[in-house]
Design a protein around this ligand. Structure first.
Ligand SMILES: Cc1ncc(COP(=O)(O)O)c(C=O)c1O
Length: 433
């Protein structure tokens, strides 16, 4: 019998994969589980930068067509980012370098005598810029405890005989000297969410303002200044799928317009005379944006904001939560790996998990994960030393183990993370037993 070999049909031509705006760039074979430090760049940001590069020219400083286009792009970026964050019509949207820069700017803009109230669970960026006399509340046991603790602390600060609390009303204070509550929306150590809207209500009731560090929440969930009724909000572009170098401070204009400019220099003035100190500073966001601004950073950040605004964020959230559950359940099944947590296992959280491998140095584990498995995680105390140390102590007490290392590991996920990435980490951690 002869057999005629029939060549298999040629595969039907596949349409080229269409790059979606929220696809993230990366390197094949490398599993990036360090989004909380810096997220990969989204296609939308890369495309926006590539489109603008040929037009590269001065911003706010030139009459040529290129300059005018760049100025327009920069101001459009401001509008887009402000809209994405729910800025009110009279809020300022100030471009900064990152969250740290934005919080330092706000710290410099506080009216004299402002008391800042924070919790000890904050990133250093929201602990260190604040003036002497700031109040640091202990990390509460749960979100409701945070609300109660803030209520009590503000009640104490507003007592007529406390810190000049009976003094005359000042702009923004409502009653007595100004008070600013500064709180993160999601912990960079545990991913757990803080009850921002409830804390804002309490702040309002006591005539205090509230600033929200949304560096870790904004990449995972919508944040809206007006809906949350908060006064200021800050974030970093590089954690929100845009390249490094652009962040934002959104919020009330009055303190910002009354404060000395964050940087003195060109672009922040409305008049400079011949005498040394004959200068009138601009009002509006440019007051705090002296020097040539980071056009590409602002445009890239705005492109991601626009892409996220168009996306089905509930679906993105569900997908991320499914991966997070897979990761946390996988870790819980490994007896030698312990998760760090602040409010409890069931508290709402974003895609961040910190943990320790008992008996193993965290830096060594991170190096081994990179070298052997191509997995990138973070190790250390995550620029939140007071919180990380406390959670390490609690993990030791909870587990009764005496072989926990003094620093931790952190895995964080987002757009572009897959079940395969999570499983690779879990397999690697299991092999470390
Ligand atoms: C919650 C939080 N706030 C502030 C920062 C500081 O951000 P940046 O380094 O971009 O200024 C970080 C960075 O990890 C963070 O996680």
């Amino acid at each position: 019998m002869t057999v005629t070999l029939v060549p298999p049909p040629a595969p039907a031509p596949q349409p080229p994969a269409v790059a979606a705006p929220l696809d993230v760039l990366g390197v094949p074979g490398q599993v990036n589980l360090d989004y909380a430090a810096t997220a990969p760049c989204a296609r939308a940001a890369a495309d926006a930068v590539a489109e603008l590069l040929p037009w590269y020219a001065s911003v706010h400083r030139g009459a040529g067509a290129l300059s005018r286009r760049c100025t327009l792009a920069y101001e459009r970026a401001r509008q887009t980012v402000g809209d994405f964050l729910g800025a009110r019509a009279d809020d300022h949207v100030v471009f900064t370098r990152n969250t740290t820069d934005a919080l330092n700017l706000l710290a410099r803009a506080l009216p004299a005598g402002t008391t800042v109230v924070t919790f000890g669970g904050e990133h250093h960026a929201n602990l260190l810029p604040w003036p002497r006399g700031s109040v640091r509340l202990p990390v509460p046991e749960d979100p409701a405890g945070a609300v109660r603790a803030l209520d009590a602390a503000l009640g104490e600060l507003r007592r007529p005989d406390a810190r000049g609390g009976s003094g005359p009303a000042r702009p923004g204070a409502g009653q007595g000297p100004p008070v600013l509550v500064a709180v993160t929306a999601a912990s960079n150590v545990t991913g757990e969410r803080w009850p921002v809207a409830e804390l804002a209500l309490v702040a309002r009731r006591h005539g205090a303002r509230i600033a929200v560090d949304a560096a870790q929440l904004a990449p995972h969930a919508p944040v809206d200044v007006a809906a949350l009724d908060v006064d200021y909000l800050v974030l970093s572009g590089h954690k929100l799928y845009a390249p490094f170098g652009a962040g934002v401070l959104v919020g009330r204009a009055d303190w910002l317009d009354a404060a000395p400019p964050y940087l003195a220099g060109g672009g922040a003035t409305s008049h400079v005379g011949a005498a040394t100190h004959d200068v009138r500073w601009a009002t509006g966001p440019t007051r705090h944006e002296a020097g040539t601004p980071n056009l590409l950073g602002a445009v890239a950040l705005a492109a991601v904001c626009a892409a996220l605004a168009d996306a089905d964020r509930a679906a993105l959230h569900d997908a991320e939560q499914a991966l997070l559950t897979r990761l946390r359940e996988g870790i819980a099944a490994l007896p030698h790996v312990l998760e760090l947590r602040m409010f409890g296992p069931a508290a709402p959280r974003v895609g961040i998990v910190s943990f320790v491998v008992a008996g193993r140095d965290s830096a060594e584990v991170a190096a081994e994960l990179a070298a052997t498995y191509g997995i990138g995680v973070r190790d250390g105390l995550f620029c939140a030393h007071p919180l990380a140390r406390r959670l390490l102590d609690e993990a030791a007490a909870r587990s009764g183990r005496r072989d926990l290392p003094p620093t931790a590991l952190r895995a964080s996920i987002g757009l572009g993370s897959t079940a395969g990435h999570v499983d690779r980490l879990l397999v690697a951690l299991a092999a470390l037993a």
